[in-house]
Design a protein around this ligand. Structure first.
Ligand SMILES: Cc1cc2nc3c(=O)[nH]c(=O)nc-3n(C[C@H](O)[C@H](O)[C@H](O)COP(=O)(O)OP(=O)(O)OC[C@H]3O[C@@H](n4cnc5c(N)ncnc54)[C@H](O)[C@@H]3O)c2cc1C
Length: 535
């Protein structure tokens, strides 16, 4: 056996996981497909890439020393600084020497006789370990559109995930952005005044609201440091793992004037306040959601000068907040600029990429640069991209053909000793990720310690426990409007075969962070009820 534990992926999750394992003296390594650590913040270098979590609620909470020495310079820190932060963490705790880069895990097969996992790596090696911990990310497999002629384009083109490391010269250039999801909204707001011409190709608009970024000075950072305990306690108490707490008054208990007063105050507040400090009915009640969505629609109408463009930017197929809300900076104002054009590809679809640009059903466009802001094979994509085979050669991708089924979002029946601290159906994907990731990594590490201290070498979730958890996850969807959305919460992605609209996949845990933590702690307190162990 090469290692006791192999951790796959060196993002926020893998960095913390290896720290916990090294501290316990467990023989472990991290295998990362990329050329360096950082995960999301290593890959996504597009202009405008930044947090929508308040920076100081995103950073790790496990080390007082780290909290005390790091200065978050912006309320919503940008990609370069976030990557510096993760490098600082790795260096501070000397974790880099436990990581191997350019090592993509191609397959992971469970060898039942030896009770070992055997991993094939892209560099040709095969490594074995008793445990595999997958911290492979929920937004780590980009999905380019499926357009004819993409390789014919003579200019530069890239998916935002693969934005080049060196500076891309954009001044005076004709640029196309395809996609108006969270990434498109960030890029468009950032580059509109820096390019020659910007043409945005939009299929379905998204609801979006101001991010409210700003600098954090020395004095404010000192105050944040003093309040860290309080901040993390609040994050642990709120459903989303943020500082934002829902307004607990009933939507219909207060007058329309009171509701609008609350919304007026939230629209100017930073971050997800407008989403998560709102009335809870926004998430569950069609009429309440429609009333609030109309409020936001009017905000868009106020900000976009051309009424025809404004109407195109207002979503009709879903209400505000039933998908993760992209936060924006100058996004709507970008469309007031003479150099920015909006093409509605639900009316005039893109037919193909041409050597010079794009052809829609209406006309040809010429571009120097095409940016594919078309998102990710979210949540289960990274799992589907590894040939994972459990007991009896059962393939995980086949087991999950109709959507994931898990125990606590962290284990799968028939795949012993395979752990997913922030897997599908765990508490991470619907919350402030690092808060969920720390919870998941701690739980998995505690499980490993429990097994060590009890002389156990094999852990498998029972079929019954998995079915119970998955049923609970499904039940949590039943009250949420998001079950109807075409989003990664329901597993929708028109660019991934099998993930087209029509079949709901139960991808995330919607019960909120406190309930999730309570459930997983209960399992641990009952000697890991639902897991079958063997010596
Ligand atoms: C642009 C953007 C902005 C975001 N902003 C926020 C935010 O403000 N707040 C928030 O909570 N979340 C945000 N997220 C979500 C973000 O993904 C998480 O916050 C967090 O970074 C996830 O960390 P992770 O370690 O789980 O996964 P990742 O950071 O995705 O890291 C996974 C790593 O695993 C590697 N990997 C995958 N498959 C393999 C394989 N087969 N072999 C080897 N290596 C593999 C990948 O290369 C990657 O480096 C954002 C995501 C994006 C894309």
């Amino acid at each position: 056996m090469d290692y006791e534990v192999i951790v796959v992926g060196a993002g926020v999750g893998g960095i913390y996981q290896i720290k916990r394992l090294v501290d316990l003296g467990i023989s472990a390594t991290v295998l990362e497909g990329g050329a360096d650590l950082g995960g999301t913040w290593y890959w996504n270098r597009y202009p405008g890439a930044r947090f929508d979590s308040e920076s100081y609620t995103y950073g790790y909470s496990f080390s007082r020393e780290l909290l005390d020495e790091w200065h978050w310079k912006e309320r919503f820190s940008g990609q370069p600084e976030n990557l510096r932060y993760l490098n600082h963490v790795a260096e501070k705790f000397d974790l880099r020497r436990h990581m191997q880069f350019n090592c993509r895990v191609e397959s992971a097969h469970y060898d039942q006789a030896a009770n070992l996992w055997r991993l094939k790596i892209s560099d040709g090696r095969t490594l074995s370990a008793r445990f595999v911990v997958l911290t492979i990310g929920l937004l780590s497999i980009p999905t380019p559109p499926r357009l004819q002629g993409m390789e014919d384009f003579k200019g530069r083109s890239f998916h935002t995930f693969h934005w080049p490391q060196e500076k891309v010269e954009m001044a005076g250039k004709k640029v196309a952005v395809i996609g108006t999801g969270a990434t498109g909204i960030q890029v468009i707001g950032e580059i509109a005044d820096k390019v020659g011409e910007l043409t945005v190709f939009q299929r379905r608009p998204n609801w979006s609201a101001p991010l409210g970024n700003g600098p954090i000075g020395e004095a404010e950072m000192a105050d944040i440091r003093r309040r860290y305990d309080e901040i993390f306690t609040t994050c642990a108490r709120t459903p989303g793992g943020f500082e934002h707490e829902p307004d607990r008054r009933g939507f219909y208990e207060v007058s329309r004037e009171e509701r609008v007063k609350l919304w007026d105050s939230l629209y100017g507040k930073p971050g997800f306040a407008i989403w998560l400090r709102n009335f809870r009915e926004i998430f569950t009640n069609e009429e309440a959601n429609a009333e609030f969505s109309e409020y936001i629609a009017n905000r868009i109408r106020q900000r976009v000068k051309d009424p025809k463009v404004a109407e195109k930017l207002i979503p009709r197929d879903h209400g505000f907040g039933v998908q993760r809300v992209p936060m924006e900076t100058n996004y709507f104002e970008a469309y007031n600029r003479p150099n920015v054009h909006l093409v509605d590809i639900s009316e005039t679809p893109i037919v193909r990429v041409t050597p010079k640009g794009l052809r829609t059903s209406e006309r040809d466009y010429e571009f120097d640069i095409i940016v594919y802001a078309t998102g990710f094979d979210a949540i289960s994509g990274a799992y589907d991209h590894i040939d994972i085979q459990g007991e009896g050669g059962v393939k995980l991708s086949e087991r999950w053909n109709d959507g994931p089924a898990t125990f606590l979002g962290m284990m799968v029946h028939g795949f012993p000793n395979l752990l997913m601290p922030s897997g599908p159906q765990s508490g991470s994907a619907s919350t402030n990720y690092p808060r969920g990731i720390e919870t998941g990594v701690n739980w998995c590490t505690d499980l490993l310690q429990y097994m060590r201290s009890h002389g156990l070498s094999r852990a498998d979730a029972t079929a019954e426990a998995e079915a119970r958890w998955t049923e609970h996850v499904v039940q949590m969807y039943s009250i949420m409007l998001m079950r109807k959305a075409k989003s990664w919460f329901t597993g929708y992605n028109s660019n991934v075969p099998g993930h087209e609209h029509g079949r709901v996949r139960y991808m995330v845990y919607n019960g909120g962070a406190p309930k999730y933590v309570q459930r997983i702690n209960d399992v641990a307190a009952k000697d890991y009820e639902g897991i079958r162990f063997a010596a």
